[in-house]
Design a protein around this ligand. Structure first.
Ligand code: BDR
Ligand code: CA
Length: 307
């Protein structure tokens, strides 16, 4: 039986790859897609989600647009994906439809309430929509079986890792709301996503996928890699595809429980995520964080779904 999921995203090249994977995986039933601001303005991320779904023949998957800005801060946009959020996609069609009239948060609440069993939610953008869900529809939170979220950074063991990760930095208040609400959250942060990079062997594998999708994915990743290559000297990180992949195979990463805090006030560090593994502050675990990934198995899954 495929796992039904709700997918909240801000496409975004890496969100776009994740969206394709969600649609193509026989192990996932994509109940709906909700969009947030993040890699680009909401209107663009919503258009991008619809264009990607159209391109892979998934025009029947409902798309609901959500928050156009973070809950308590001015909008900041990501920079890796270009002004449209999905630059370098000359072959994608124009969107065939608009989003649902319903706001993403109400759509999520309705789907969760209607489901006989708690549902898996995957989120790969700033948590604006999920934070608003906590505020507006707290009664449906017990129906969230797990929230797999691409966000945060903890170990900071590499010089290419910054004190904050974009999705957390963009809407830290939303993250705090979600953590405080005790939604069961698994955080897939830069610690693991910076270990799944598109380098020469991955480009070779992608080049061998001689299909329209293979060519579009190649265009995306070539654009997406620019910022990574120029600023950090590495290939594009498959942040969001890794988070999505866990809905298919949770054994791709190893996780550990911790109490997670998020800095809301530091002038240079707001949005920084801090893990207390030892309960030094006497606070209970409120999340699991991923600390290790089987990159080879992840790439096999990703390329199998793109092929
Ligand atoms: C996250 O931020 C965005 O740029 C990516 O889509 C990913 O979700 C990585 O920090
Ligand atoms: Ca994203």
């Amino acid at each position: 039986m495929p796992t039904p999921i709700l997918y909240d995203c801000d496409p975004g090249h890496d969100d776009a790859i994740a969206l394709v994977m969600a649609h193509r995986s026989p192990d996932i039933e994509l109940l709906g897609v909700t969009t947030t601001c993040g890699n680009a303005e909401l209107e663009k991320t919503t258009d991008n989600a619809i264009r990607v779904l159209d391109f892979v023949g998934a025009s029947d998957v409902p798309v609901a647009a959500g928050c156009a800005r973070p809950l308590a801060r001015p909008l900041v946009l990501g920079t890796a994906d270009g002004p449209s959020g999905l630059e370098g996609s000359p072959y994608l069609p124009k969107p065939s439809r608009g989003p649902l009239k319903q706001h993403a948060v109400d759509f999520l609440a309705e789907k969760l309430a209607a489901s006989p069993d708690p549902l898996l939610v995957v989120a790969t953008g700033p948590l604006c929509n999920i934070g608003l869900l906590v505020l507006k529809h707290p009664h449906v939170l017990p129906k969230v079986k797990e929230l797999i979220w691409m966000g945060g950074v903890f170990y900071r063991k590499s010089e290419i890792i910054t004190p904050t990760e974009f999705n957390a930095f963009c809407d830290p208040e939303a993250l705090k709301l979600v953590l405080d609400a005790r939604v069961p959250i698994t955080m897939i942060g830069l610690d693991v996503t910076m270990q799944v990079l598109i380098e020469a062997p991955q480009y070779k594998e992608l080049a061998a996928i001689d299909t329209p999708l293979g060519r579009v994915a190649m265009d995306w990743l070539k654009f997406y890699e620019k910022l990574h290559r120029n600023s950090m000297g590495v290939g594009g990180a498959m942040h969001d595809p890794l988070a999505l992949a866990l809905a298919i195979d949770p054994t791709l990463v190893r996780t550990r429980p911790a109490h997670i805090g998020v800095d809301l006030s530091g002038s240079y560090t707001f949005g920084a995520t801090v893990a207390d593994f030892w309960h030094d502050r006497g606070e209970e675990d409120n999340a699991r964080i991923a600390y290790d990934v089987d990159a080879d198995r992840f790439f096999k899954l990703m390329f199998d779904l793109l092929r």
